[in-house]
Design a protein around this ligand. Sequence first.
Ligand code: UDP
Ligand code: MN
Length: 300
Amino acid sequence: MGYKLSSSRCLGVCLGLTFIMGCYLASLPIQNERAALPKPIKHIISSFSPAKKRLAIIVPFRDRFDELLEFVPHMYNFLNKQRIPFHIFVVQQKDNNRFNRASLINVGFLHTRNDYDYIAMHDVDLMPINDNLSYKYPASGPYHISSPQTHPKYHYDTFIGGILLINKEHYELVDGMSNNYWGWGLEDDEFYVRLKDAGLKVTRPTNITTGPDNTFKHIHDKTYRRRDMRKCYNQREVTRRRDRVTGLHNVLYKLWSTHNVTIDQLAITVLNVELLCNKTATPWCQCPEPMKPKPSLKQT
Ligand code: UDP
Ligand code: MN
């Protein structure tokens, strides 16, 4: 009994001391620690329920750093308003071949397919500025955000470039994009035919009252960021036709490194990718003629 009494008294004293110490510790050191921490990374994805569909933004990329610095904070701000769980993957082409937007998107997809439910194939220089443009999960078919009615530059009916949302199953159904498109253009038009052949209907926003001048910001100076429109070998003939040979299943590449980096404390992932070219099938991955310099003003 005596033992019980003294042990319970001791327990009371201990609890009291623990409480006082706890209060003291809670008030001082944690506050100091907080002050020393850098600002938190605004990575909204972690705060969402696993039930929500997750979006991988896949940005085909080479030599567009200025644009990226503007793109990342803009997209965080834009998509956080819509409470979309997303992550940005910059798929950077690190080889000597001409730029291949479609193959980079295939690689981005392969890298994200296990953790994400849908992708946005997203130009780095095109930023949505109308909050009615929704990036929600495209359940019934591909959803073209940068419609021909609102894109700053391209206005033909079958245009699906710029920004396109597509869910994982549909991207797999069409075997992704063709790998034959080295240099600027036509890979998006070929993808349109793939979608059509698979019976997938592309839909577009219907709630937009803004137009080509005020729906997107397109940071693209055509002299400073020249489009590689060269055509060499039999590129013109081959790339005009629907490709039934290449796609997601046979994109040739090496993933050299993956970097988790932040821009203004916003997390993104950069994949450094070497695209491998089958020079027998697509010799135009390198054109013998270099890009001609733009004629400059005559010096007087
Ligand atoms: N791109 C790039 N580096 C290049 C060419 C293209 O990063 O050398 C990427 C970038 O994301 C760009 C997209 O491919 O936004 C589409 O290319 P571009 O802007 O030249 O095409 P546009 O739609 O303006 O004709
Ligand atoms: Mn552009």
